[in-house]
Design a protein around this ligand. Structure first.
Ligand code: PLP
Length: 296
């Protein structure tokens, strides 16, 4: 079985023309060959949206939640609405190409296409996942960085696309490099008015007593699929769960905290801005075990 696979959508949106009017909805493509025009707005402007789903036992996880978020991100960018049935089928096709005994992921993309063409570009790319055992067990060190926006930015300035999963991740990547310069593995963003937000590629969850708290998606952050699954798990364990608007101090006082995301899953924070941070190894293992066993 291949380590990676690619399906290209012929008609990523039913609101826009197909690339080939007689073509199949999507087709297997050779990953080693070039497929994207240098004039595609994905490449020239980052003008598009994406989702990354984990695949466990050959089964893409939280597909409905990811597809709903994909459609919402596209609407925020005023892109043609993605054909979710076509994307769902392409995700399943990509997942089926990869070894079900290994952890994998599928990334779906919708871009505005070649400038002026009015024909969006779409694909589903699947790959075996890197080994994230160390982050899941030993944990990660985190630097707190100012995101530079107030926490009400999605209301005051929707054109900043806060909370949309756009292809423009250069800032997120730059934040990770800044974290590395500070000797940290990852980042927690703070709004310019001091409210906890999210990581550049993850959702923050922290624990106080029997309660799990995550920043409210209304703060202009992504509504996390992994966080949603973990809140279901925690509620079944008798814990309470809350969407909050919390200052950095709340994280500093937490009993434990994690950055969670679809592929790396649950990474406990073991150091915050250079200070040792408490790790709840038992709960972390239970959360990762729960996610790895999910087949939905
Ligand atoms: N926040 C941001 C900015 C992200 O990029 C991601 C995932 O890539 C997440 C949160 C976590 O989302 P999910 O758990 O759905 O992967």
């Amino acid at each position: 079985m291949p380590d990676e696979t690619l399906f290209i959508l012929n008609r990523p949106s039913t609101d826009a023309p197909a690339h080939d009017p007689d073509g199949a909805p999507f087709a297997l493509a050779d990953v080693a060959l070039p497929h994207l025009s240098v004039m595609d707005l994905a490449a020239t402007r980052g003008d598009g949206v994406f989702e990354t789903l984990s695949v466990f036992g050959g089964c893409p996880q939280a597909m409905d939640h990811h597809l709903a978020r994909f459609a919402r991100s596209a609407a925020m960018l005023e892109l043609p609405a993605p054909d979710l049935d076509a994307y769902r089928a392409a995700i399943l096709a990509a997942a089926a190409e990869l070894d079900p005994a290994q952890e994998a992921f599928v990334k779906i993309v919708l871009s505005r296409g070649v400038e002026g063409s009015g024909v969006p570009t779409g694909w589903a790319y699947g790959e075996l996942s890197p080994d994230h055992t160390a982050a899941r067990t030993r944990g990660i060190s985190v630097a707190v960085l100012d995101r530079g926006y107030r926490c009400d930015v999605s209301e005051t300035s929707p054109w900043l696309l806060a909370g949309a999963k756009t292809l423009s991740y250069a800032i997120n990547k730059a934040s990770m490099r800044e974290a590395a310069r500070r000797g940290a593995d990852d980042v927690v963003y703070l709004s310019s008015d001091g409210i906890l937000l999210e990581g550049p590629t993850s959702t923050l969850i922290f624990k106080r007593g029997n309660r799990l708290i995550t920043p409210d998606p209304a703060l202009g952050i992504l509504d996390g699929t992994t966080q949603a699954n973990l809140f279901r798990f925690a509620e079944r364990q008798g814990m309470t769960t809350t969407f909050g608007r919390s200052p950095l101090e709340a994280l500093r006082k937490a009993d434990a905290a994690w950055l969670v995301s679809s592929v790396r899953l649950v990474a406990p924070i073991r150091e915050l801005d250079g200070e040792t941070f408490p790790v709840d190894s038992e709960l972390t293992a239970a959360m990762n075990g729960y996610l790895l066993d999910l087949r939905e």
